[in-house]
Write a protein that binds this ligand. Structure first.
Ligand SMILES: [Zn+2]
Length: 444
């Protein structure tokens, strides 16, 4: 990816089609970790976490499985950039739609990666096994100079939409399916904080539509304990233990993530030293002394984040949920539309309930984020959509789905239980915010 993106829509000459920047982010890519190798924490000047290698089942590796689909999807979106390509793209749209004509838009797309560490022959200890695929900013192994991680490189492109493509392991009793990854917003995490402070009842957690979807990160925990620990990570950068404990878990430093990437909302240099003092304010690691002040917390309490992550067309999860669910529906609908084999009863698994936690990507980009766990790696019925026979079809379904997020289309009737919803996503309200275009503000 280059650091420079064209300014979408606003700078287009009159009469040319609107252009939107999209980032496609196939998961992972770096080598399996032997030590802490990602999540550089400027506070402690150390890596806090292992490199997230992704899922493995037998000899099937997630980072390999998601790549052909992502690259084919980019090829299809690129068709919208030229008049000749557009004719081909329109043919794909008309395969799905009852319409004859489609308004032209340009979907200018970028891939976060086109290869993995094992396409290279770095020696085992070489930092380059991880460097290009790290999520957070990191110091160059030779010079010590800070380098942009994946989050910073995505934000530098100022995308309107980020589509992340991953696979996940299924437990023994899990038949499979596809799901979306969501991070709640300030409203939800602040409710969790107020419960811990005794200012709200625990019922206010159980009444949330999120309650039964929170990831249980630690064995023996309830969903409430998982959510409460996520709230700690969100506010303080530390997990808390389960049970009655309401103190930080000293070994579980997760970092003040808003300051571990390059974007408008990082605190000014010197925050590392202030953070070490642990005084009342935005760096306090005591719940009751925490104050939501500074650029990141202003963003978090703002309108755009509420739209993106809370409430919205599906009742919770905001526009991120709408976009993600819509793309999975397109994969389901498009699989059946394009293949009579996949139309057969039981040929595919359905859409499962969302994965919910204080996830990084949905939180730390100024873009609508469709984060897809598109298959369970160890379920062949899921995996087939990414493998040789069907990945090109799946890419077509996603390309049509992405177009339909920007420009409503009418679909042919039929093709199974997961029909996409009719409405396009309201990107315009973000572009028209009084403070300026949300998507383009992400970097200074
Ligand atoms: Zn993954």
């Amino acid at each position: 990816m280059s650091g420079q993106a064209p300014d979408p829509t606003v700078s287009q000459p009159a009469g040319s089609p609107p252009q939107y920047t999209i980032v496609l982010a196939p998961g992972h890519g770096g080598a399996p970790s032997t030590q802490k190798e990602d999540k550089w924490d400027p506070r402690t000047r150390s890596y806090l976490g292992r490199y997230l290698y992704g899922d493995i089942y037998k000899n099937i590796h997630e980072h390999r499985l998601v790549l052909p689909l992502s690259m084919e999807l980019q090829r299809l979106l690129t068709l919208t950039e030229s008049a000749a390509g557009w004719q081909e793209f329109e043919k794909i749209l008309s395969q799905f739609s009852t319409q004859q004509k489609f308004p032209r838009i340009v979907l200018k797309s970028h891939l976060t990666r086109t290869d993995s560490y094992d396409d290279h022959n770095f020696s085992k200890q070489d930092d380059r096994n991880h460097a290009a695929w790290r999520l957070y900013d990191y110091p160059d192994a030779r010079t010590g100079r800070m380098q942009p991680g994946r989050l910073s490189r995505i934000n530098a492109l100022k995308p309107w939409l980020v589509v992340a493509i991953h696979t996940t392991p299924a437990g023994r009793s899990q038949p499979g399916g596809m799901g979306v990854v969501l991070a709640p917003g300030y409203q939800t995490f602040n409710t969790l904080r107020l419960i811990s402070l005794g200012q709200k009842s625990i019922q206010s957690f159980y009444r949330m539509p999120w309650a039964d979807k929170f990831l249980i990160t630690d064995r023996g925990w309830s969903q409430y304990e998982g959510a409460r620990s996520d709230a700690w990570v969100y506010f303080h950068g530390w997990k808390t233990r389960g049970g009655r404990s309401l103190r930080r878990w000293p070994e579980m430093n997760r970092g003040l993530r808003q300051n571990m990437l390059t974007w408008r909302y990082a605190d000014p240099p010197g925050w590392e030293k202030l953070a070490l003092r642990n005084e009342a304010g935005p760096y306090s690691t005591v719940h009751k002394n925490f104050r939501a002040t500074g650029p990141f917390w202003d963003r978090e309490r703002g309108q755009a984040e509420a739209w993106r992550r809370e409430g919205g067309p599906l009742g919770y999860g905001g526009d991120n949920y709408y976009a993600s669910d819509q793309l999975l529906r397109y994969v389901q609908y498009g699989a059946r539309l394009q293949s009579s084999q996949l139309r057969r009863k039981g040929a595919l698994n359905g859409i499962i309930k969302p994965f919910v936690s204080a996830y990084t990507l949905p939180t730390y980009v100024n873009a609508i984020n469709a984060y897809l766990e598109i298959a369970h790696t160890n379920r062949s019925k899921d995996r087939q959509l990414l493998e040789k026979k069907y990945y090109q079809q799946t890419a077509r379904s996603l390309a049509v789905g992405i177009y339909a997020l920007f420009q409503q289309i009418s679909l042919k009737p039929g093709y199974g239980p997961w029909r996409p919803r009719a409405a396009a996503l309201d990107f315009k309200k973000y572009a028209d915010l009084p403070g300026g275009n949300y998507f383009e503000q992400v970097v200074k």
